[in-house]
Design a protein around this ligand. Structure first.
Ligand code: UD1
Length: 438
């Protein structure tokens, strides 16, 4: 299917104010977590766990849900499992009272790789789950060994074959102490989801500390879960017999915010971002400051002013939170393409995350990328060119580069960008950019 394209006329200064939407990486696990509401776990000794519905208590009202194709894919999965969903603006109401499904279809799994986060939630709700192995994606192999190893430690029986994962909840240990060999965001979420309901205490060591993990914990706690240690690398989840629904507002998207900061920086503009949480964004803000931008956080706002030419920065290394986020790396690469001096980026999280580099080169950037390292020799001018988004953030990086380029850029494969940005063209047009979808 031919997806839409973005036509960007470069060289317009970004000036104005943008309100940042709710975070994609937060709303997906929260939508999965709604499945855990309205079910009661009773430990029946040798007979295992019985799960009974508690009726109306299974309703969650989730505010600040951005219109993203990934969020819509998550809603389709919930519907396919038996949830009723309604949406009004950015508020999504999920009633999971009748959710009995235990299968995520191959089509839905392929639509969104992060649908693996439904595994812990479905298992927690119905005690079984069958889904196809997510496999690789644009960023590289994306294994899920840590998810599966941890679930096995929690008594889940898993068979893998012909690309299918078949999981059945077994007897859960009264206490489980799980140390992740690396702080995987998805594995931490799946363990939290599976452990939240039922008896037993689960400790996750070397847990991911991303703010989106704390947001998921915040939602679960509001539903009645007992979780402590969020924001640290040791999470303790004390399973409870049941969760009720709640009303919750998704945290702001720090990657969307960083993308718009990139747009302001590359066009030498000035932008006020509202509805953000600056405390989650220190590593990003410091890179933009080092580029020579004025970055002024206060309350729920960040003001960025790029009056001086962009300068090269010391080596940027992507790291788990609170380090520099891998999702912002392509954005920063785009801005540094048009800077004074040479910068180095080391990508430590994903194997294949310099997908923007060849496209940026078509626009005149001087980037050498090999393995984990990219060397960016800043150029004075980027030029518009036909380019292609190869993944979500690489696509957003091309939008940023196009705004700072001379002439017209045509970006194809915009469906990747739509996975994580609610109408990027509307947000950027409102602050002076010239871009439209065709
Ligand atoms: C999440 C984010 C993604 C972000 C990434 C890192 C969502 C929906 N996606 O992805 O935007 O780029 O965190 O901040 O929240 N790994 C293993 N085995 C596993 C799991 C992961 O080896 O079982 C490796 C991965 O290959 C990768 C690294 O760990 O190299 C980080 O992955 P992880 O933190 O799990 O990322 P995701 O949850 O997939």
């Amino acid at each position: 299917m031919e997806s839409s394209r973005l036509l960007v006329e470069g060289g317009r200064k970004i000036e104005g104010e943008i309100r940042v939407h709710g975070a994609k990486n937060s709303v997906l696990p929260i939508l999965a977590a709604t499945l855990l509401c309205g079910i009661r776990h009773t430990n029946s000794g040798n007979a295992g766990i019985s799960r009974t519905r508690t009726g109306e208590a299974g309703i969650s009202v989730i505010h600040n849900t951005a219109s993203l194709s990934d969020a819509f894919a998550a809603m389709r999965i919930l519907r396919s499992l038996g949830c009723e969903i309604s949406r009004e603006g950015s508020t999504v109401t999920v009633c999971s009272a009748n959710a009995e499904g235990d299968i995520v279809s191959d089509g839905l799994m392929h639509e969104m790789r992060s649908s693996i986060v439904f595994l812990g939630a479905i298992l927690g709700r119905v005690g079984r789950c069958r889904l196809s192995f997510p496999g690789g994606c644009e960023l590289g192999p994306r294994p899920i060994d840590l998810h599966l190893e941890a679930l096995r430690r929690l008594g889940v029986k898993i068979t893998e074959g012909h690309g299918i994962l078949d999981c059945t909840a077994g007897v859960r240990p009264l206490s489980a102490d799980i140390t992740l060999s690396l702080p995987s965001v998805g594995a931490t979420e799946n363990i939290m989801l599976y452990s939240a309901v039922g008896s037993g205490e689960t400790v996750i060591r070397n847990a991911a500390r991303e703010p989106e993990i704390s947001d998921l914990a915040g939602y679960l706690i509001k539903c009645g879960a007992k979780i402590s240690g969020q924001g640290t690398s040791t999470l303790v989840i004390d399973g409870v017999p049941e969760l009720h629904g709640c009303e919750y507002s998704v945290m702001p998207d720090r990657i969307e915010a960083a993308t718009y900061m990139g747009a302001a920086a590359i066009t030498r503009g000035e932008l006020m971002l509202t509805g953000v949480r600056p405390a989650d964004m220190y590593s990003c803000m410091s890179v933009f400051s080092e580029m020579g931008c004025g970055v002024y956080p206060y309350d729920d706002k960040i003001f960025i002013s790029a009056r001086k030419p962009i300068s090269a920065v010391r080596t940027v290394r992507t790291m788990p939170y609170p380090g520099f986020p891998t999702d912002c790396q392509p954005i920063v690469m785009a801005v540094l393409s048009k800077s004074q001096g040479t910068s180095v980026i080391v990508e430590n999280i994903f194997e294949n995350r310099f997908m923007a580099a060849p496209e940026l080169r078509r626009m005149g950037a001087n980037i050498k990328a090999e393995g984990k390292v990219a060397v960016i020799e800043g150029v004075k001018t980027l030029y518009g060119a036909p380019v292609r988004a190869h993944d979500l953030r690489a696509g957003a990086a091309l939008v940023v580069a196009a705004l700072g380029a001379e002439g017209q850029t045509e970006i194809s494969n915009v469906h990747y960008i739509d996975r994580g940005y609610e109408s990027i063209e509307t947000a950027l047009s409102s602050v002076g950019a010239d871009l439209r979808r065709i």
